[in-house]
Write a protein of this length. Structure first.
Length: 210
DNA sequence: TTGAGGATTCTC
DNA sequence: AGAATCCTCAAA
């Protein structure tokens, strides 16, 4: 009989986890295709991904993995389709989907999403959010809205072994996603490796203008 | 052992 | 514009 990973029983019927092969490619190929996919937790929280950035390991001076594997970035060097969670600025968590082949250290940062279910639970853990579009319109906000911290580093987004998964509900990626420079980095600042859904209100505010 | 910097967010 | 806040890693 055919080997197939069973979808978790808490997942709505028409929400299909993205397969391992989806992630096992270069992050610049994966990133724009993650737009309009859904990130989902086993308590019902779900949000549509509207902004992402690719980080490409040894070819990318802005990547955490640029100088090779360390304790912090070890998950990035593992199997594609797992969640790489990092801590920064003393208080914020960032969530990435590991891509490529084992050992490459590449992935896609999930920068912003539009909540579609479990908004009450998100608001409860995002007290600073005044409006719906404040819930997950930034990498730290998205992680906080979904309760993503160090505990979930390494979670498998394909099997949903730890109650978090990325799925398709049938909506395709945008035909013309907006590409541009990544935000908040100090090296490789011109790589046009950030993509977002055009004119979407849940995209992050972007770099502070000077 | 140290300390600069950080894939940010919030409030003033 | 400035503060918050602490982990990581290279070694200035």
């Amino acid at each position: 009989m055919r080997q197939q990973t069973a979808a978790p029983d808490w997942l709505p019927a028409h929400w299909t986890p993205l397969p391992r092969a989806f992630y096992r490619r270069h992050p610049t190929a994966v990133a724009p295709e993650l737009l309009n996919k859904l990130i989902v937790r086993d308590d019902g929280r779900a949000a549509r991904i509207v902004e992402v950035e690719a980080y490409a390991g040894s070819e990318d001076p802005a990547a955490h993995s640029y100088r090779g594997q360390t304790a912090r970035n070890a998950t990035m060097f593992g199997e594609a389709g797992h969640l790489y969670v990092y801590f920064t600025y003393g208080m914020h968590w960032g969530s990435n989907a590991v891509c490529g082949e084992v050992g490459e250290g590449v992935g896609v940062l999930l920068r912003a999403a539009e909540p579609v279910a479990g908004l009450g639970a998100m608001q409860a853990v995002r007290p600073a959010a005044k409006r719906e579009r404040d819930l997950a319109s930034g990498p730290g906000k998205l992680s906080q809205a979904f309760g993503i911290t160090r505990d979930l580093d390494g979670a498998d987004l394909v099997s949903a072994d730890r109650g978090i998964v990325i799925v398709s509900d049938g909506m395709p990626p945008p035909e013309a996603p907006v590409a541009g420079p990544r935000i908040g980095i100090s090296r490789a600042v011109d790589f046009p490796w950030r993509w977002h859904v055009a004119d979407h209100p849940h995209v992050s505010a972007g770099p502070r203008r000077r």
